[in-house]
Design a protein around this ligand. Structure first.
Ligand code: HAM
Length: 438
């Protein structure tokens, strides 16, 4: 029996890989415009980091981590998210010890969660995100949301819905937790096993329960907004009015609590439903955290960040046909066709020369008849064929054929360097009647 991929993982092949590159490079570019720089933490971390960072009451830590003992009996975990690892990296390298706070980092890579695979839900998927750590102004929340929004806009995801809420400061959340405990006291007996545990560990998590009967109960639960301290209320209002001023649309969703334990104050999610009705849930999400750096052993400085699910973004771009074909072009520019093995050396020399001029060049290294080579060129979506027979080798020249217009020209080898860019541009954009094509 052949071996297949692990459940919940997926291969990214060919054109789809180009699409990932396109999305990821835009994300990098815009993050750099916001003066964020890249960090690359390892995939493997000590399990303790996520238990302390992401939190014992989160589903991610309780049920979804790929945790194992290594040969030295250490408990290690494949990262289920980046944020805790970035805090570890900041603390371990004492990056916070600078006058130049906040630290502004972006990151990209695979994360692992043992979830039930379904539409847009994988066990290995890629996140792109940013963390802005050590700044004290509420405006970093605005800046972070603005960055995420600009990325989504530049990807032409115009129908994105930003849901936003505040979880308040510690005092607000403590008061709210007490209110929730009081409210759920009489209901918890009828609720799911998960909620029973959540009740003990962190009743806020109950608000996230997906069991329909439990959701009915949750509908009548007290609202966070009634337990906010004045400071938190004011902070949230400032964030909202700055977003308004920047014309970044949002919907306040007072049921939004996020699934990870480290959040405080502003939290947000980016939702997108494709035109065909596919609902991928959140294509990205994030929020502010007041004490996460301290939690992993550093000073008590706050941070804010978000992560996009790259697979989900690629899926909605495909669903809604919002692809900039030109930018995710995986076409091959030239296909070199040696007629006969004896011409292969010269043909290869030519291919290499043109590759060095920054074009993508493929070459037929198999014995093949000319029509078969043209068929291959067509299949590879090649722009130009370069035909090299005995005559071409003898006279050190090449024949270039524009496969769209079917026009061909001859070019001596010593002119390749000077003329090929012009030929490439002109022949591609004309209808076959430019000087080079005639
Ligand atoms: P998260 O909401 O757990 O937040 O994940 C962020 C994004 O990852 C989600 O909005 C979704 O697009 C994607 N995602 C999550 N699970 C899956 C899955 N199983 N398959 C495919 N995509 C998925 C975090 O991870 C936080 N670290 C975000 C953050 C950064 N908060 C502050 N800084």
């Amino acid at each position: 029996m052949s071996i297949i991929n692990v459940k919940g993982t997926h291969d990214i092949i060919g054109k789809e890989s180009e699409l990932f590159h396109y999305v990821e490079s835009l994300m990098r570019l815009i993050s750099k415009q916001y003066a964020f720089s890249e960090v690359r933490p390892p995939v493997l971390e000590h399990s303790e980091l996520f238990v302390r960072g992401v939190g014992e009451s989160s589903d991610v830590v309780r049920k979804e981590m790929y945790t194992f003992l290594d040969k030295g009996e250490r408990s290690l975990t494949l990262r289920p998210e980046f944020t805790a690892g970035i805090m570890r990296l900041i603390v371990q390298n004492k990056l916070y010890a600078t006058n130049d706070l906040p630290l502004k980092y972006f990151y990209l890579g695979p994360v692992f969660r043992y979830e039930r695979p379904q539409l847009g839900r994988y066990r290995q998927f890629n996140q792109f995100g940013v963390e802005c750590v050590g700044g004290n102004s509420y405006f970093y929340d605005v800046e972070t949301i603005s960055l995420a929004y600009d990325i989504l806009k530049s990807l032409k995801l115009n129908n994105v819905v930003i849901k936003i809420n505040t979880l308040g400061d510690e005092e607000s959340r403590n008061n709210y937790r007490l209110a929730l405990k009081e409210f759920f006291k009489e209901h918890i007996i009828d609720m799911c096993e998960d909620c029973k545990q959540r009740y003990e560990l962190n009743p806020l998590r109950i608000l996230d329960c997906k069991v329909p009967e439990d959701q009915e109960i949750v509908k009548n639960a007290p609202k966070m907004s009634d337990y906010l301290t004045n400071e938190s209320k004011e902070r949230f209002q400032r964030v909202l009015s700055a977003l308004e001023q920047l014309e970044i649309p949002y919907i306040v969703d007072d049921g939004l609590v996020r699934g990870l334990d480290y959040y405080s104050e502003t939290v947000f999610e980016f939702h997108y439903t494709s035109q065909n009705g596919n609902n991928y849930g959140a294509i990205g999400a994030g929020g502010h955290y007041s004490h996460l750096v301290k939690e992993v052993g550093g000073p008590d400085i706050p941070g804010i960040g978000f992560s996009f699910g790259v697979e989900r973004i690629v899926s909605v771009l495909k669903d809604d046909n919002i692809l900039n074909e030109e930018k995710i072009d995986d076409r091959v520019d030239f296909y070199v066709m040696p007629i006969g093995e004896e011409n292969l050396n010269y043909a290869y020399e030519i291919a290499r020369k043109i590759r060095h001029l920054d074009f993508s060049v493929d070459i037929c290294l198999e014995k093949a008849k000319v029509p078969a080579m043209f068929k291959r060129a067509e299949k590879k979506n090649v722009r130009f064929a370069i035909i090299i027979g005995e005559n071409e080798v003898k006279e050190r020249k090449i024949i270039i054929k524009n496969l769209a217009s079917q026009q061909q020209i001859e070019l001596s080898e010593d002119k390749i360097f000077s003329d090929i860019y012009d030929i490439y541009d002109q022949c591609f954009s004309c209808d076959g009647d430019c000087e080079n094509c005639r």
